[in-house]
Design a protein around this ligand. Structure first.
Ligand code: PMP
Length: 389
């Protein structure tokens, strides 16, 4: 036993030497553009609360009301006695919102993908996965036992070559709708066309598109005006929706199959119903107010214009995820520190979260930011860019 601990201590020390050890910071108080981290206040560009709803009074009031009605815990898994009427209503509303026949609620996006993929494919089948897909699509595919084929990022031609020579009975193309570290949008119309041509399913993980893209934030499918029984749409509820959780929407029979067989749905305690209460308030806000998405678009354009002449590569992105690729791990950390010294928090993202040689600052914008706050970030980065690191 001590050998094992010594081994792990050495591994941790190596991570420390490589400056790859991850650090947690404590947040005091609610989420928002001004964030108190480890006791100090920063102007923050690090959250996925893209619409600024995580601390919205309507969501808080709805959570309070649901808390009074349902109590704190769900007490059992959904198939035993934990499926609250608030979650039932949420599933119905979510399905209607994204224009799909039926939806199933999961505790988190991670758990959703870990449940959906093994429920649909297994040994002998194939999952085709974009190289930049989120870890939970990769982990779900691995867990399924299906063959796992990675295609280069958004490379539809290469994917077609892989599909053309594949003879699996079931084929599933899995993609992020909006890529979490690059911010670009998947070529969903082309991917769906390939699904039709090669008789495959399309699983879209829209963690970063739900609430942001498409009319009223209905997501990346709505952004392209797509609908098909071949599509399973996974949206998460802890980012733009401001709360926590996830759902998958699609053909009613497929959703019934997931309810019956997705292990991360069946074998876990249902989420606290108060979360569903808050999420119903989110859906109401999304359908009655779309100024947040418009304001966000203006902030994105302002930031991109302000960063256009920096010596680093700002990846193409029309979403609130804006990646400034500086390539070198140490430079990414130095810039993060430089911003921090100026009271601004932007996370540096390094391998293995992103491919080697693409270390970056991941700037995430929120409708809760003001134009002045965007200018503050632009000015700080301009200042740092002439320091010749
Ligand atoms: N998919 C993507 C693309 C994500 O970025 C994330 C979260 N970072 C998830 C899924 C997981 O969602 P959750 O946080 O609800 O587990």
């Amino acid at each position: 036993m001590p050998d094992l601990i010594d081994d792990i201590r050495a591994q941790l020390a190596t991570l420390q030497e490589q400056r790859l050890l991850r650090q947690r910071r404590t947040v005091d108080g609610p989420q928002g553009p001004l964030l108190k981290l480890d006791g100090k206040q920063y102007l923050a560009f690090c959250s996925n609360d893209y619409l600024g709803l995580a601390n919205h009074p309507a969501l808080i009031a709805a959570a309070h009301a649901a808390l009074d009605t349902y109590g704190v815990g769900a007490s059992a898994s959904a198939l035993i006695s934990g499926h609250s009427s608030a979650v039932e209503e949420l599933e119905t509303e979510l399905a209607a919102f994204v224009g799909m026949p039926r939806a199933l609620h999961f505790s988190t996006g991670y758990m959703a993908n870990m449940g959906i993929i093994p429920a649909l494919v297994g040994a002998g089948d194939t999952v085709f996965s974009d190289r930049l897909n989120h870890a939970c699509l990769i982990d779900g595919a691995r867990l399924s036992g299906a063959e796992f084929r990675i295609y280069p990022h958004n490379d539809v031609a290469r994917l077609e070559q892989l599909l053309a020579k594949n003879t699996s009975p079931r084929k599933l193309i899995a993609t992020d709708g909006v890529f979490s570290m690059d911010g670009d949008i998947a070529p969903l119309p082309q991917l769906l066309a390939l699904c039709e041509k090669y008789d495959a399913w399309l699983l879209v993980d829209d963690a970063h598109g739900f609430g942001v893209l498409g009319p009223q934030g209905r997501g990346s499918l709505a952004h392209f005006g797509l609908s098909s029984p071949r599509i399973l749409y996974m949206g998460t509820l802890g980012k733009a929706a401001g709360v926590y959780g996830a759902f998958v929407a699609g053909d009613a029979t497929l959703i019934e199959w997931l309810l019956q067989t997705a292990r991360s749905y069946i074998f876990t305690t249902a989420s606290p119903p108060l979360l569903a209460g808050a999420l119903l308030a989110t859906l109401k806000l999304l359908q009655t107010e779309d100024w947040r998405q418009q304001h966000l678009r203006q902030l994105i354009a302002r930031l991109r214009a302000g960063l256009a002449n920096l010596p680093w590569r700002l990846l193409p992105s029309e979403t609130p995820v804006q990646a400034l690729v500086v390539e070198d791990n140490q430079l990414a950390l130095t810039l993060m520190e430089g911003l921090r010294a100026r009271g601004i928090w932007v996370p540096a993202i390094r391998p293995p979260t992103v491919p080697k040689g693409t270390a970056r600052l991941r700037i995430s914008l929120s409708a809760a930011h003001s134009a002045e706050q965007i200018d503050q970030l632009i000015n700080a980065l301009q200042e740092l860019s002439v320091l010749n690191y």
